[in-house]
Structures are given as structure tokens and as C-alpha cells.
Design a protein around this ligand. Structure first.
Ligand SMILES: [Zn+2]
Length: 322
């Protein structure tokens, strides 16, 4: 069965604050023609520069995935990218009037809701796939992560997280196909350890946080004084540590919500290869650096096999002229 490229039926916007920059603004998804892909446009700049969502444009992965061209950047694109992939949207122009996408509740839920509301428009050109025909792998002993991708008829992802801390045990999350994304993965919010949060706040690296857009794990003893200070910083009347070792700012949507969020990030970051993937991904302790480095490996492996006019991934038998 031929699958066709998709865009959205009408423009739709999501407004809010950027987590790291603290800027407030609006992101607008707009329909785009076949072959366009996902392209960001910084409409707050006079020249309205375009930045293609592609692994070759990744310029920073320290706190989120950032793309940039000629000094113009878009920060924290991963949840937007995962939403588009999860809903099967190939072509869209994303206008943004600030440097960073809105964080909203730290999940992909608001983007998925907006795109669903806009409606999916099936286009008249077939969708082309990057078909994994042999296992690829990245291992990094120093940072303690690995990812692999192996041949499969669909796109599926298994994630394991393990931070060697009691408060957040080893967790697994799986997505059998992209059809599970919107309900099972998209609502899962980002998480942070309390010591990281204090570092980020102390260094002014987190400006759009209000304690509702991250699950906060408390992995050490913390005084009431510190909790009161956090409550003040986040404008909450009272903050306490719940039995499961998380702050009482929110309720978990799923017991393994952290692992599911890491899966969401993997989907977003790997989409930067620029094509739909058919393969089975396994990821151990993934993160934006790990994911985007792996996306580069996948892209480089298949880049030479891609006919750029048709952007078609060619199977080994076809390459051999069989
Ligand atoms: Zn994330």
C-alpha cells in the first residue's frame, strides 16, 4: 500500500514561554508542499531566516536540541519534532517569533493537540522511507549510553533509563509503532533531579520554569528551608517531597513517565535524519547528545544511498541492480 506525504489542513499556533531563555512568544505550524520537510522560520528577525530541521544543522545539545544556521538558532525543538513524527506529518513550516519553542507542561501534548485540531492533509506524493537494512550502533562508555537500530517493517522504540539512584529506579518504556505516540508517549513530561534544578536556577539557565513543567526527583536529604526557597522561586504556596521521592508539584501520568519522556526525545531527535525511518531502535540512557550523534550515524550511513531527486532509500538488492 502506498503511503502519501502529509501536511496540516490549516495554520495553528501554540504560545508560551521558552524553558531556558524565558522568552514568551508564539509558534505557528503552517501547511507546506510535498518535499518541503520541516523548516523553522524565525519571523522575529527582519530577514526571516529559515532553518531546516535536520541533523546537519544541530549546533548544541546541552539542555535540549538546538538547531542553527548562520548564527540564528531555534532552541528545544525535540518535543515539536516528536509530535510531527508521531502524527505522521512530513511537511510543515514552523514560524516562531522567539529563539525557543514554548515548553508548556514539558511534554508534547500541546503540540499534538494543536496539530490534531488543525487536521492532517494527505498530499499527492508518496512518502519515502529510510529503510534500515543492517544493524547500526553507537556506544559511549565514558557517558554510559548506547543506541542501536535494526531492520523492522515499522518504526518502534525501546528505551531504558538508569541513573544509579534509588529515587528513580531503572525504567523501561516501549513504543510498538508511531500509532501509540499520541496517547502513550506525548503527554509524558520532562524530569530533572533537584540538584540539577538548583544548578540550572543558580546559573540562570532555566527561566521559563514554574514547577509545573518538570517532574522533580529529590535524590538527597533536603531541608524545609530549601523547599520554602523553591516554593518562593516557583511561586507556589508550599512544596514538599512525596513518598515516591518527587516534589508535590504534579502527579505522574504513568509510573514510568520519565522513561516514556526519554522515548519522546529519541523520536524527536532521530527525526532529524530528515526522512521517515523503518527500523527498531533500542536506547540505553539516551539523551540529546547521544540521540543526535546516532542520527548523524544513521544519516551518514544512508546518505550515499539516497537518490536526492527522489529521496528514496534503496534496498541492498536494488543497489546491486537486482
Ligand atoms: Zn524532552
Amino acid at each position: 500500500m502506498t503511503e502519501y506525504q502529509c501536511t496540516i489542513k490549516k495554520p495553528v499556533s501554540v504560545s508560551g514561554t521558552g524553558l531556558h531563555t524565558g522568552q514568551q512568544g508564539t509558534l505557528t505550524f503552517k501547511p507546506a508542499p510535498t518535499g518541503h520537510g520541516v523548516v523553522f522560520c524565525r519571523v522575529d528577525k527582519p530577514e526571516k531566516p529559515l532553518i531546516k530541521a535536520h541533523v546537519s544543522n544541530v549546533v548544541d545539545t546541552s539542555r535540549g536540541t538546538t538547531i542553527g544556521v548562520n548564527g540564528t538558532r531555534v532552541y528545544t525543538i525535540e518535543h515539536v519534532m516528536a509530535s510531527l513524527t508521531g502524527l505522521g506529518i512530513d511537511n510543515v513550516l514552523i514560524e516562531l517569533d522567539m529563539e525557543e519553542t514554548p515548553i508548556r507542561d514539558g511534554s508534547a501534548r500541546y503540540f499534538v493537540e494543536a496539530l490534531t485540531e488543525a487536521g492532517i492533509q494527505v498530499q499527492d506524493k508518496p512518502r519515502e522511507y529510510l529503510i534500515i537494512d543492517e544493524e547500526l550502533r553507537i556506544d559511549n562508555d565514558e557517558k554510559g549510553f548506547w543506541l542501536s537500530i535494526s531492520p523492522a517493517g515499522d518504526y518502534s522504540v525501546d528505551v531504558t533509563i538508569d541513573y544509579g539512584t534509588q529515587v528513580l529506579n531503572v525504567q523501561n518504556a516501549s513504543m510498538g509503532s508511531l500509532g501509540d505516540f499520541a496517547v502513550q508517549i506525548a503527554p509524558c513530561r520532562t524530569f530533572v533531579f533537584l540538584h540539577e534544578l538548583e544548578y540550572l536556577l543558580g546559573n540562570n539557565l532555566i527561566k521559563g520554569g514554574d514547577l509545573s513543567n518538570a517532574i522533580v526527583f529529590v535524590n538527597r536529604k533536603v531541608s524545609q528551608e530549601e523547599l520554602d526557597r523553591l516554593a518562593e522561586l516557583f511561586n507556589k504556596p508550599k512544596v514538599k517531597v512525596k513518598e515516591e521521592g518527587i516534589l508535590n508539584n504534579l502527579e505522574l501520568h504513568f509510573p514510568n513517565e520519565p522513561a516514556r519522556h526519554k522515548l519522546l526525545d529519541v523520536v524527536g531527535d532521530l527525526s532529524l535524519v530528515g526522512m521517515r525511518i523503518k527500523g527498531h531502535v533500542k536506547a540505553y540512557r539516551p539523551g540529546h547528545y547521544a540521540n543526535t550523534e546516532f542520527a548523524k550515524i544513521i544519516f551518514n550511513q544512508y546518505f550515499n544511498q539516497i537518490n536526492h531527486e527522489k529521496r528514496t532509500a534503496i534496498r541492498p538488492a536494488e543497489r546491486a541492480g537486482l
